[in-house]
Design a protein around this ligand. Structure first.
Ligand SMILES: N[C@@H](CCC(=O)N[C@@H](CS)C(=O)NCC(=O)O)C(=O)O
Length: 206
């Protein structure tokens, strides 16, 4: 059976949300998020870099959330929640799915670290410059999403897809650092729409 190793609030929300959208039979395996457990041989044998989420399904084992969505759609999607490959909409789909983790989430992790560093070394010029660069990148990525949503409800022309699951999770994380409503109203409304979906609510409650 398809198993997703989960910690509430982490990227495991993505594959779990997708499984609920597809109404699949699957198992959520809660794990201990302590660094001691994530460093253990047991967890490293499932997730070699010690991160969450992980997925197993028969002889398949995976540890990257975006790749898990593609695998789940390949194996169980029956053509749902992803445009047909090779079409212009598929290009949009791929772009926004990758953007969510490679561009949108990237400055976020960085900003979090810099916030901690700043708390320790207050007023260090270099640290301030690095933090400002992270903030600039985060804002540029948010602006790209805002522009895309200017005249559409979801990121891809065909309607709701797994690219919205990828991006929705990243935006939710971001919204804890930047209140989105004032500067990114379309993005804030999009995130509220995504979070109102049954499958998303089930994933958040899991
Ligand atoms: N690109 C990876 C990122 C995985 C990741 O950073 N997971 C976080 C939780 S959301 C984690 O395990 N953090 C603990 C750490 O980095 O030590 C994915 O999308 O699966």
């Amino acid at each position: 059976m398809l198993k997703i190793y989960h910690v509430a609030g982490t990227r495991s929300v993505r594959p779990i949300w997708l499984c609920f959208e597809l109404d699949l039979d699957f198992e959520i395996v809660p794990i201990d998020f302590s660094s001691a457990y994530r460093d253990s041989l047991e967890w490293r044998s499932i997730s070699p870099a010690g991160k969450v989420p992980a997925l197993t399904d028969g002889d398949v084992a995976m540890f990257e959330s975006g790749a898990m969505l593609e695998f789940i759609l390949d194996r169980y999607g029956e053509g749902r929640l992803r445009p047909e490959k090779g079409t212009p909409e598929s290009a949009e789909y791929l772009q926004w799915s990758w953007f969510a983790e490679a561009t949108l989430s990237r400055p976020l992790g960085f900003m979090r670290t810099m916030k901690l560093v700043n708390a320790v070394i207050e007023g260090e010029e270099e640290v301030g410059a690095i933090a400002a660069d992270g903030e600039k990148k985060a804002k540029a990525a948010l602006q790209a999403v805002e522009q895309r949503l200017a005249d559409r409800e979801f990121l891809v022309g065909t309607g709701f897809t797994a690219a919205d699951i990828m991006t929705g999770y990243s935006l939710d994380l971001m919204s804890h650092l930047y209140p989105l409503e004032d500067k990114y109203p379309k993005t804030a409304a999009y995130l509220s729409r995504l979070k109102a979906r049954d499958a998303c609510q089930k994933a958040i409650a899991a």
